[in-house]
Design a binder for this molecule. Structure first.
Ligand SMILES: N[C@@H](CCC(=O)N[C@@H](CS)C(=O)NCC(=O)O)C(=O)O
Length: 202
């Protein structure tokens, strides 16, 4: 039994995308981050950080989207979203960590402070910082993609999935990708995958 605790409208969507690409069965147990449910004793017993998502697989618990998606890709997606070649595996991890450290927080802040939070909670300074901090990392990504279709191994892996899922928040909130043509082309490709298009319809 595989359960993902969270809501499809939050970062839980990264894990849902991976599970769908892998053709895995799962159930979503709704946990709403806006109502304090993430801080209930029941939820804190699953994830002491009080954050969604958490994966529960036959009693095995795992949190942090990057760790969850790496686990799922490695266990169920060798040759698909993962690679068992040690160097490719390390490069996949490199880009996953890059996304988790430099991209995720700022892409989420971009959508929150541009449009998702109630107006009186939006902060122009946080929005400006998100734009400024994303840029140099997107330039690194753009340089890497200048002669490649995908980040690692010449095919779509969990590294592409994680980073594209994070950057989808920036896309949806009108981040200015001008001068980042390779990132734009790669994002169009990743976010145009049938599974993601279907998810984004909801
Ligand atoms: N680094 C974590 C971030 C998780 C996170 O911040 N989740 C948000 C929703 S997208 C949350 O649970 N917020 C509730 C709260 O802050 O109380 C991951 O990738 O799993």
């Amino acid at each position: 039994m595989r359960i993902i605790h969270g809501t499809p409208y939050a970062r839980t969507n990264y894990v849902i995308w991976a599970m769908k690409e892998l053709g895995l069965d799962f159930e979503i147990k709704p946990v709403n981050p806006m109502t304090g449910e993430t801080k209930s004793p029941e939820y804190l017993a699953l994830n002491p950080n009080g954050l969604i998502p958490t994966l529960e697989e036959d009693g095995f618990l795992l949190w942090e989207t990057t760790a969850i998606n790496s686990y799922l890709a490695k266990k169920y997606g060798d040759g698909l979203l993962w690679s068992s070649d040690p160097q490719e595996e390390a490069q996949i991890m490199q880009w996953c960590v890059f996304g988790a450290i430099y991209v995720d927080h700022q892409a989420v802040n971009h959508i929150l402070h541009k449009q998702a939070l109630p107006e009186d909670m939006r902060d122009e300074k946080i929005l400006a910082l998100a734009k400024e901090e994303l840029r140099p990392h997107l330039e690194v990504l753009n340089g890497h993609l200048s002669d490649k279709d995908y980040l690692v191994a010449g095919r779509f892996t969990i590294a592409d999935l994680n980073l594209a899922a994070m950057l989808d928040y920036a896309v949806k909130s009108g981040y200015d990708f001008s001068g980042l043509g390779h990132v734009q082309r790669w994002l169009t490709d990743c976010l145009g995958r049938p599974v993601r298009v279907e998810m984004n319809k909801r």
